[in-house]
Design a protein around this ligand. Structure first.
Ligand code: ATP
Ligand code: MN
Length: 444
């Protein structure tokens, strides 16, 4: 059997071809029977006439896998302007009935049930659309970076010690020792950037955060870059251009999916606004939020801040050192460039003692990415590790990486599921992960 895809049928009007796929639904009238057949390219209405008793009486259930030999004809009534007249139907494999989830989405099954039956849920149009969009985001990410000289690399996922300082790690037995699931590819991307200069990765990471929230998973895919001879602003510029590129790619390549999801995407004008952490605190305080300088923002404060700033996408920069990892580069009063920036932005250089070159990117009211300029100076790293109340001796493996010619470097990380969530307009991140892992879910 040479198989023709449904989206090719229109180009072969009248010709006998064989389609294959799933029975989405059937409708039996007195003299005519309609079978909606679906494959990866779309759906087509198959028509069976009464004069074909074997086909007319054939029992067909939803999601049965069949092949249909026949020919396409133009049709005024069918959606695509096309129908397929069946000459023969072969049942390839039957589906059990009834289906445990409503993939026609007449009555949308609850998320738990859908996740339990994820392989079937993928056939529901909106679920399917989410992962088509995710795939477009991923390919656009890879294409754009590869086209600009960034090299893709694969970090290890099992590591010997904590990269971010210890909390929220999953420990696993590893022969005679304990090992950990990586919380981030941090050290590895830095090590790669110090030789290959511009690198990126798409990699799973694990966070043993005990709470179950609509925006957190315990297993996340991160889309990261790291770049040598770069500061925070260099990689923020990369992030905003790449974000605009990915949104454009989805807008252009996933029109049907966005329509189905009821999501209207606007590609933000660049450059994105830079809001300092200090300004953000003032904005929130002005709106009556009980937040003080030094606090992190809650998810609802991130949403409120987005309203106050009035931009769908913007950067929050110059975070307090205490809120970010020890490897975030502090401002230096000794640097003329830093002093000028601090004067211009804060009216004094003193602020430079409290803030670091770290940023978040907020999109659609939620953090989708964080990044920093990293410390490439071993002595400064030690000082910052001590400042965080940690012992530099435990980080020697990390600090050592910067002793043999480490250029200044910076990078960021986008959460793939977070980004998909904001782009598709979903309220729960689990919708945007094929097989989510959270506090309660390890199956399927
Ligand atoms: P948040 O403050 O939103 O919990 P974070 O600041 O702890 O996230 P980072 O370490 O900055 O996270 O990770 C980079 C990106 O990875 C985040 O901006 C987010 O998009 C994504 N991410 C991090 N942790 C999670 C998680 N538990 N679930 C889903 N996405 C996550
Ligand atoms: Mn973050």
């Amino acid at each position: 059997m040479e198989r023709t895809y449904i989206d090719e049928a229109g180009a072969r009007l009248g010709e006998t071809v064989t389609l294959a796929g799933w029975v989405s639904r059937t409708r039996d009238l007195k003299n005519i029977r309609f079978v909606v057949l679906r494959d990866m390219t779309g759906e087509i209405q198959v028509v069976v006439k009464q004069g074909q008793p074997d086909l007319f009486g054939l029992s067909l259930g939803r999601e049965d896998v069949i092949s249909v030999t026949g020919h396409a004809v133009e049709s005024k009534v069918a959606n695509a302007g096309l129908e397929f007249v069946a000459e023969s139907i072969e049942i390839i494999n039957r589906s059990e009935q009834p289906l445990p989830v409503d993939i026609l989405e007449n009555v949308k099954s609850d998320l738990e049930t859908r996740l339990n039956w994820r392989f079937l849920d993928f056939r529901a149009p909106t679920t399917n659309a989410i992962f088509r969009v995710q795939n477009r985001l991923l390919t656009a990410f890879r294409d754009w970076l590869s086209g600009r000289g960034y090299m893709e690399f694969q970090p290890p996922c099992v590591i010997g010690s904590a990269s971010e300082g210890g909390a929220d790690l999953f420990a696993i037995p590893y022969f005679e020792k304990m090992a950990y699931l990586a919380q981030s590819p941090q050290l590895y991307k830095q090590m790669c950037a110090m030789s290959f200069e511009k690198v990126f990765t798409v990699t799973p990471i694990w966070r043993a955060e005990k709470f179950n929230t609509p925006t957190h998973l315990n297993e996340v895919r991160q889309m990261d870059i790291e770049q040598a001879f770069a500061d925070d602003e260099t990689v923020m510029a990369v992030l905003e251009q790449l974000l605009a590129h990915m949104l454009t790619a989805v807008k252009e390549g996933c029109g049907d999916q966005l329509r189905l999801l009821g999501r209207e995407l606007t590609v933000p004008d660049l450059p994105l606004r830079r809001v300092t952490y200090t300004e953000a605190i003032e904005l929130l305080q002005g709106a009556g939020e009980g937040i003080v300088w030094g606090d992190d923002f809650t998810k609802s404060q991130e949403r409120l801040l987005t309203e106050l700033v009035g931009e769908e996408a913007f950067f929050l920069k110059d975070w307090p050192g205490a809120q970010k990892a020890f490897y975030a580069m502090p401002y230096s009063r000794e640097s003329e460039k830093d002093a000028r920036y601090l004067e211009e932005t804060y009216g004094s250089v003193e602020m430079g003692d409290k803030i670091v070159r770290a940023f978040d990117c907020l999109y659609s009211g939620i953090e989708i990415s964080s990044g920093t300029q990293r410390i490439h100076l071993p002595e400064l790293l030690k000082e910052r590790i001590r400042y965080k109340g940690l012992n530099p001796e435990n980080f020697e493996y990390y600090i050592g990486a910067f002793r043999y010619g480490a250029p200044p470097h910076a990078g960021w990380s986008i959460g793939m599921e977070r980004l998909t969530m904001t782009v598709t307009g979903m309220q729960n991140i689990r919708e945007c992960c094929m097989f989510p892992r959270d506090r309660d879910r390890l199956v399927p």
